[in-house]
Each structure stands twice: as structure tokens, then as C-alpha cells.
Design a protein around this ligand. Sequence first.
Ligand code: 13P
Length: 254
Amino acid sequence: MTRKPFIAGNWKMYKNGQQAQDFIRQFIPLVNSWEAHQVGLAVSATVLKEAVSTVATVGSFPLIIGAQNMHWEIEGAFTGEISGSMIKGTGATMVILGHSERRQLFGETDEWVARKLAAALDYGLTPIVCVGETLQDRESGRTFNVLANQLTGCLAGVSDHSLGSIVLAYEPVWAIGTGVTATVEQAQEAHAFIRGRLSRQFSPQAAEAVRILYGGSVKPDNAKSLLDQSDIDGALIGGASLDPVSLAKIVNLA
Ligand code: 13P
């Protein structure tokens, strides 16, 4: 089974419209091949439209633009939230769901992620669903329990068929923004666990086809060894995705 590598940047709360435009114009020509892998950027909600139109201005490059969160309702009295249909309306086609910063800082639960996921699939957005354990979970030997619970909760209601439209990301919370990366063995072990778990929750074929990205202090100098692992199908990159040169380096070695 060949799974096309997927490299996605998560800009978090960085970059305004002008900075997003400058990044995209610099980044696109630095990528050697657009066929070998998929490349996405999850930008701030306020610059979604500008990012989409900048990509189109540069040429016909399949650089995917996405959001970092969404509400499950189409509209309503939810101050500060954006819906899948609003994301879709900007021309963006991807959305990150259940990032650990959303879970830890904003109280997002697996149940919310499951609702958001159903809505994202309804709108035809490509969801990147994040799971991952905290340092405390890992040190108390609970990593696999936590991952299993997150997978059960977040993917409740997902059919075998729709699993094919979902991308997963394993992001150990202790490796995010800390400069500490999971070792390749730790990352591969967690990815293999996730795929094994999916093959019981869904069909083995669906589990074999799903892409699982690694996230947590991925940089140009550690990306290759992580991406070489058999169950690691790409990366979700925070800090290193803010610089077009470093993101392009990672894409070019994927
Ligand atoms: P860093 O690459 O900055 O550790 O962030 C990872 C992340 O949270 C991507 O979603």
C-alpha cells in the first residue's frame, strides 16, 4: 500500500495577511516536486481567503490551504467561532481538528472533535485529526490507553468509507514546541499502534490506507529519519513551518 506523503504546516496564531502572502510567494518556488507529496498550510482564520487567492496568483500549484479549528454547526449564536461552510466559502479545503492546544487550553473534548469531524466531512473538507499523550500519560505508562480512547472518541460515527477522507496526526504533547522530538522508535511505535487500533475499529484495508502524520518539533534536520519510518506518512509542523526555507527543505526530503 503506498500512501502519498502529506506535509502540513500549522501556523497557529502567527502571520497576518501580508506575512502569509510573502510566505506563499517565497515558498512555492522552493518546492522541487508537487506530484510526490501533498503539501498543506493551516493558517489563521482571518487570512484563509488571502492565502487561497495568493496561491492562485502564483500559479496552478496544489498547495492546500486550511483552517486550524471549526464549529460543528453551520451557523448560530457562537461568538468567535467559524463554521465549516465559512471555511469552505474562502476556498480553503482542509481543517485541523482536536489539536492538543485546543484540548488543553480551550477544553476541547473527544466528543466535540467527533462532531466537528462529521461536519468537516459533510463540507468536503480534509480533516487532520490530532491525537497524542501528555508527558504525564507517557511516564505513567498510559500512552496507548490515551491514544485508544482518543481514537474511539474522535472517530465515533466514522464509517469505513469516510476513514479514507481523514488524515490523522500523532502529536505527543510533550514534543510540541519544546524542541524535544519523539525518537524515531517512539514515533514509529505509536504510529503502528494507531494503525493497528484502526484496523480493529475499521477494516484492515481502510487502516492500511489512512495517512498518519507525526507532529512535535519536526525540523529539517530530524524530518528524514522520522519520515523514513514505515507507519509515518508525513508531518504536521509548527515552528519550522513559519519559515519558507525550512518548510520547503522538509517537503523536499519527504
Ligand atoms: P512544533 O513543530 O512547533 O513542535 O509544533 C507541532 C504542532 O503542534 C503542529 O501542529
